[in-house]
Ligand binder design. Sequence first.
Ligand SMILES: CC(C)(COP(=O)(O)OP(=O)(O)OC[C@H]1O[C@@H](n2cnc3c(N)ncnc32)[C@H](O)[C@@H]1OP(=O)(O)O)[C@@H](O)C(=O)NCCC(=O)NCCS
Length: 207
Amino acid sequence: MSAGRARLGPVLIAWRAASVAKRFDAGRALLGELVRELTGAVDVEIFRDCPRCGADDHGPPQVRGLPVAVSVSYAGEMVAVAAVRVVNAAAVGIDIEAHGSAHRVDELGPLFAPHPVPDLRGWTLVEAALKADRRGLNVDPSTVRLDRAATTILGEGFAVSRPDDADPVTAAAAPGPEGFVLSVAVRASCAAGSPAASAGAARPATR
Ligand SMILES: CC(C)(COP(=O)(O)OP(=O)(O)OC[C@H]1O[C@@H](n2cnc3c(N)ncnc32)[C@H](O)[C@@H]1OP(=O)(O)O)[C@@H](O)C(=O)NCCC(=O)NCCS
């Protein structure tokens, strides 16, 4: 499936196949679609502002002047994006990995040693959570704890605890393209967790 859509609670998700050379632009175009859908805005500008050094050529993507949080992830020739209104979540993270190829035990081993490396799902949940946290891999991923929770803003998922940050983060498996593992996480805002925000959890839809 080269393109698709899903929804997890208040989070809109989209993915599309694109060559490595074109996946950045493809992802920005998909983000534009989701933000327009959530806000009705015509002009959507996505920019980056690194929370560590202030540079605008890397770091978490943001939407200028609109109350929407966004995230993007790449795996080979696939790009996946997520967007949520900030009334429902202060930040969102998405991570996609290809089945088989990406579970690079050699690569991840040192990050988790002496603890065991999580499986591919676990790794995408951790990466999505650290994107929602906005510190990314500046947080030692071996210190991230996932506690299964039956009811979250994303439906069935995990409460994520990280060192030095009390803001609740929730992560969950998301529907995605065949052959890939996709996970999404949100950092809570004041209104997050309300019944209205939880409505419509885990509603996949593809095109
Ligand atoms: C974010 C991170 C976990 C992504 O890892 P990855 O699996 O290699 O890459 P993915 O394809 O899944 O995601 C890439 C996207 O992550 C996003 N991203 C980068 N840093 C981020 C952060 N701190 N928080 C949330 N999202 C971030 C960007 O949107 C990027 O895509 P874009 O550059 O096209 O906008 C990892 O690169 C990281 O931790 N980066 C931070 C490093 C850092 O702080 N550098 C600061 C230098 S001053």
